[in-house]
Design a protein around this ligand. Sequence first.
Ligand code: NAD
Length: 294
Amino acid sequence: MTTIAFIGLGNMGNPMAANLVKAGHTVQGFDLLPENLTVAREHGVTVMANAAAAVKHAEVVITMLPAGKHVLSVYEDIAAGAPAGTLFIDCSTIDVESARKAHAIAARHKLLSIDAPVSGGTGGAAAGTLTFMAGGSREAFAKAEPVLNPMAGRVVHCGDAGAGQAAKICNNMILGISMIGVGEAFVLAEKLGLSHQALYDVASTSSGQCWSLTSYCPVPGPVPNSPANRDYKPGFAAALMLKDLKLSQEAAQASGAITPLGAEATQLYALFNAAGHGGTDFSGIIRFLRGDAW
Ligand code: NAD
């Protein structure tokens, strides 16, 4: 079994670390928030005084942090203290440029590294069914895969450094755009006197079929466990959707890709967030499209 340092024990990190403990690994954890450390301790994580202490004697280091600046600052703090050959896995969703800088810091210290952001949310983290999108060398991926497995439904090697983050933001750009598209279709159906169920029955087996419709339907009824059935309690909060869409637009600008619908989706989610709905599930944007007073 492996000794794993886990840094960033928030909504995602804590249940992920718990699954590593369940799989028999020794997990040495650290987070800045004492309340998150209390939860980690209850899950069997050995709580350490700081990130550097967590990394000592660890064969693998996993980070699950809010953004690129946090990942780079933690990497700068701990990379020198890790023995050569230690595997660094960053599971945070961050910009591609910071992800590549994190790989460069690891390489400078002769460490193996992969970027491995996830999809599946807090539910997938708790159930151990996350999809991991990994970027990095074949050698690093081969070492990472068995470590990720207890937290994963699927682990995909997407390519070299930064490819995992690239896959994540492309996927979530599709998701943001498609949720708005599905929401607009239901709003139009309402105006035309077509029932939600009738549109669902047709579109779910026609060319309008997509995940936003059939797994995460933004109106209550057709998909009983979608957030629409619990007053849009997340799920996947609109603030996180906006974060990912912004990352997609930064990457589009830096790479010269033309993504007009990605840009429009970013604008709409920015308005939705600015109206105070950042904590609402992202599918709640249908209320905004409908013009509901809320
Ligand atoms: P979170 O805010 O709950 O957790 C982040 C944790 O990092 C916090 O507990 C914070 O205290 C800790 N932290 C920050 N700086 C630190 C440092 N220097 N040292 C140690 N700990 C530090 O966020 P989350 O929801 O767990 O998300 C984590 C990452 O996963 C984000 O990049 C997010 O975009 C991504 N993500 C989240 C979801 C989701 O549904 N929540 C889904 C997919 C991906």
